[in-house]
Write a protein of this length. Structure first.
Length: 132
């Protein structure tokens, strides 16, 4: 909880009053993190089955990307709270195919970490946000 709180506070400091959308997997642990993040970012969160990735269920990358793009159309900042498998697939795919950022493959997030993509910059930038 402390790690996700620290990262959410760092994201809040980067937002500059931007509209934010928080998307979460339906797993209880990710919902708990989404609740912490959305409280700090002063917004609500949405849960989506497509963001669930467990031993018995593979990632649904096409629908996950659709969710992010749809949220991006309504908000300036999109926070996706999901699982390790998605950090290996969703982040590199989105970076390459939606933002033109290469070289994200193999970069895995640790517990409580977040990639922040600034799509308003040209070219888009990215920053790894870690807990203190």
């Amino acid at each position: 909880k402390a790690q996700i709180t620290q990262v959410a506070e760092k994201i809040l400091a980067m937002m500059n009053g931007s509209r934010v959308a928080v998307l979460s997997s339906i797993a209880p642990r990710t919902i708990e993190s989404a609740e912490i993040i959305s409280t700090i970012l002063r917004t609500s969160y949405e849960t989506h089955h497509a963001l669930l990735s467990t031993d018995g269920q593979r990632e649904d990358l096409p629908n996950a990307i659709k969710l992010v793009v749809a949220a991006q159309n309504k908000a300036d900042v999109v926070v996706v709270v999901t699982h390790l498998e998605y950090s290996k697939s969703l982040i590199p795919y989105y970076a390459q195919h939606k933002l033109g950022i290469e070289g994200m493959s193999g970069k895995v997030l640790g517990p409580g970490e977040a990639w922040v993509f600034d799509i308003n910059k040209t070219p888009p930038s990215l920053e790894l946000v870690r807990p203190n």
